[in-house]
Design a protein around this ligand. Structure first.
Ligand code: ZN
Length: 265
């Protein structure tokens, strides 16, 4: 049977050993979402494609397809994000980003926006003037919004109010309540129909504005805003909880990142 060769740029989001000599690569691509590719002889560092097929390499991949299975033919490096290796917390966070991308992306579905988000986030991480917790939070919320879990942050659905000193986010239903409506009879009725609220998080005016910005701004601008120091922590907390609750799982790479941050090394 004839083997088709195709080429496309992709980010390596997972690599694992396969058999004695080979590796399996999980790639994030624009056109076909997540793709698993067999890298024959990939465990040998002498292999000509090894340097361009490592975790978080962004490369132009040429693969052979046969009966829906892909085998690596060639990988030409486009970007390696070397700077990530200079600090442990940035490196740890990049592993978590790869993990989350692997979790949300689907085979044979368009992955263009998730790929673009992953690359933008890695570029940001390479810049040492940006706070890693901030980058992580923006990535988490935007990633959820792009992958079917976008919260409706426009207004309180009960009174239509768009601005208030305090709002409450019903995490699992992705809906807001203003401070006046929260806990009212109407609120309780509506929540019965939406499903049980398992997690309610209060949002200050600035945190809500930041979340709206992350969801609504063009992809190249998502990191272009600032939060006051005391608003950063609640913003990061709500974004992480939003992601882990919707994906219904934790990540070892997230625990690792948090441990590194605690140690402050
Ligand atoms: Zn209201």
């Amino acid at each position: 049977m004839k083997q088709e060769l195709t080429s496309f740029p992709a980010l390596v989001i997972r690599e694992s050993d396969y058999g004695e000599n080979d590796k399996l690569l999980t790639l994030l691509t624009a056109e076909k979402g997540r793709m698993t590719v067999l890298f024959k002889g990939g465990k040998s560092l002498k292999n000509k494609n090894s340097a361009s097929s490592q975790l978080l390499c962004y490369s132009e991949f040429t693969v052979k397809e046969r009966n829906g299975f892909y085998t690596l033919s060639e990988a030409a490096l486009i970007q390696q994000f070397f700077e990530l290796r200079r600090s442990l917390d940035r490196f740890a966070l990049s592993q978590y980003i790869a993990d989350v991308c692997g979790e949300v992306s689907v085979e044979n579905e368009n992955g263009e926006e998730t790929l673009s988000l992953a690359l933008n986030t890695l570029y940001m991480l390479c810049r040492e003037d940006t706070d890693t917790d901030f980058i992580k939070a923006v990535f988490e919320l935007r990633c959820m919004a792009l992958n079917g879990f976008c919260p409706d942050l426009t207004a309180c659905p009960l009174c239509g109010k768009q601005e208030s000193d305090i709002f409450y986010l019903d995490v699992m239903n992705g809906s807001l309540r203003c401070g006046d409506c929260f806990g009212s009879d109407e609120d309780i009725e509506l929540r019965k129909s939406e499903g049980q609220a398992l997690m309610i998080i209060p949002l200050s005016r600035s945190v809500l504005a930041a979340m709206r910005y992350v969801i609504g701004s063009p992809s190249k601008r998502i990191f272009s805003f600032k939060l006051e120091e005391d608003e950063l922590e609640p913003f990061c907390r709500v974004c992480e909880r939003y992601l882990t609750n919707h994906l219904e799982r934790g990540f070892k790479t997230l625990d690792f990142y948090k441990n590194i941050k605690k140690l402050d090394i």
